[in-house]
Design a protein. Structure first.
Ligand SMILES: [Zn+2]
Length: 213
């Protein structure tokens, strides 16, 4: 099963269209407008901590209700090469963001951080997981509405952040990590306190081995 998925993965990766933004020199891709989302059925291979992404979908650089953030270069938008997920993950995050914006008129745009690399795999020293297109980092909204991650817990808009967290849970997230200093809560077994998550939550969706799902 795994072997056939892997074989399919390599064939699919070879046939994937070339993303002009991925791996381009810094600065070049900033002038390249994000094309429409190229939807296609994706496959998450293996585990979030040891896996691959087949036929991933690129998350947009920004939208009416969200911006993306590069946690290494500390700038927006996030690099194209760090914004790949399964089609289900991209759709899931976009839907929660839209619902959040509709329910909280006037709220700041939501900051979206790293998803996975285009073909998944190890994602550098920042992430232990994020390897197969099922994980996304989402920054807590700031009270001052500045579009960058909070640097102190006191900068977080607690009401909006808890609402955003609740919406990811209600939408069916498999797990959400929150930081120990935030005090955010949720259903036991879904919302877990993990160090290094005081400025963002980490959301993961379930893996469906049936690619038609
Ligand atoms: Zn994460």
């Amino acid at each position: 099963m795994i072997l056939s998925l892997l074989a399919l993965g390599f064939a699919g990766a070879a046939a994937a269209y070339l993303d002009p933004g991925a791996g381009g020199p810094v600065g070049w891709e900033r002038r390249t407008p994000d094309p429409e989302i190229a939807w296609r059925r994706s496959i998450a291979v293996g585990q979030p901590g040891a896996g691959l992404l087949v036929r991933g979908v690129r998350f947009p650089a920004e939208g009416e209700h969200f911006f993306t953030w590069d946690p290494v270069l500390h700038r927006t938008p996030n690099r194209s090469s760090r914004r790949w997920g399964t089609d289900r993950l991209v759709r899931f995050v976009l839907r929660v963001v839209e619902d959040f914006a509709a329910a909280n008129l006037g709220a700041p745009r939501v900051g979206i951080g790293d998803l996975s690399r285009q073909r998944g795999g190890p994602f550098g020293p920042v992430h232990f997981t994020h390897q197969n297109g099922l994980d996304a980092d989402v920054y807590y909204p700031r009270r001052d509405r500045v579009e960058r991650p909070p640097t102190k817990v006191s900068q977080i808009d607690r009401r909006l952040a808890q609402d955003l967290l609740d919406r990811f849970v209600a939408a069916g997230a498999e797990l959400v990590y929150v930081g120990p200093s935030t005090g955010f809560t949720g259903p036991r077994g879904v919302v877990q306190v993990v160090w290094n998550h005081d400025n963002h939550l980490h959301v993961r969706i379930r893996q469906h081995l049936d690619s038609r799902d």
